[in-house]
Design a protein around this ligand. Structure first.
Ligand SMILES: Nc1ncnc2c1ncn2[C@@H]1O[C@H](COP(=O)(O)OP(=O)(O)O)[C@@H](O)[C@H]1O
Ligand SMILES: [Mg+2]
Length: 242
């Protein structure tokens, strides 16, 4: 049984059919990457899973339980953590305070949370020295790391990552993807990316979304193996480095 299974999901924004019957499945321990152009419905898929967008139809089953229509708090409590686009962090709080906020779904003493937040810097050494710095002083790459660290503080079974590489310099993108490779050791990840090469390099399975529909799914080398598919959907000819 997959950890997450979505069947024929439809999400509407008023008249706009953002998702027109999306079906995907994510096995425990995998990284699954959702690719697609701007406006394809990638973020809406993540928002539906985490309860921020209400499905008009279709199933979302997490760990054998139907979660479609549940509110965001209930879904976080079940073990799904969503790191949205845009690295929204609190500019007036310190890095460590921002990270600790990610555990608001858990009943844990503050001293324990403080210890866990400190330990989080083992995974994010680049922001360790900024622990007490205020959010607004950080660069884009540092903010992205804080956002991912905060998502992990929920101790999720499934981490939803929305375009973690967007707008970052190539060397920072590589650092973020190194972290994703580390995260996958204990957490299942559903990753949304426009950067097909990077997105598939860490994936066990990939899907391509086009205007609200899944048009392709397969192992990364299968997706890259087909020249026509690569040109049409993946926007490049570089070989994926797995
Ligand atoms: N809050 C919203 N209200 C109305 N339309 C939206 C909203 N959010 C997204 N959309 C539309 O839904 C479609 C899918 O958007 P989105 O899921 O954000 O795509 P992606 O993340 O792949 O860029 C697009 O046509 C977008 O314009
Ligand atoms: Mg998006």
């Amino acid at each position: 049984m997959p950890l997450l299974e979505i069947n024929d999901l439809i999400v509407l924004y008023g008249e706009i059919e953002a998702l027109r019957g999306v079906s995907i499945s994510v096995d425990e321990g995998q990284v699954v990457t959702l690719l697609g152009a701007n406006g394809a419905g990638k973020s809406t898929t993540l928002r539906a899973i985490s309860g921020l967008a209400k499905p008009a139809a279709g199933e979302i089953v997490f760990d054998g339980k139907s979660i479609a229509g549940l509110g965001p708090e209930a879904i976080v409590r079940l073990g799904i953590s969503h790191v949205p686009e845009g690295r929204r962090i609190f500019p007036g709080l310190s890095v460590k305070e921002n990270i600790m906020l990610g555990a608001s779904n858990r009943r844990v003493a503050k001293s324990e949370l403080s210890r866990e937040a400190d330990a989080m810097f083992d995974l994010f050494p680049d922001i360790r020295s900024f622990s007490n710095a205020l959010g607004w002083t950080l660069s884009g790459g540092q903010l992205q790391m804080v956002a991912v660290a905060r998502g992990l503080m929920a101790k999720p079974r499934l981490l939803l990552l929305d375009e973690p590489s967007l707008g970052l310099a190539p060397v920072i993108v590589q650092a973020v993807f190194r972290i994703i490779s580390e995260i996958r050791r204990n957490t299942t990840v559903l990753l949304v990316e426009q950067n097909a090469r990077m997105g598939l390099s860490v994936a066990d399975h990939g899907y391509v979304l086009e205007t609200g529909r899944i048009v392709l799914g397969g192992k990364p080398d299968e997706l890259w193996g087909n020249e026509a598919i690569r040109a049409a959907y993946l926007g490049g000819h570089a070989k994926v480095s797995a």
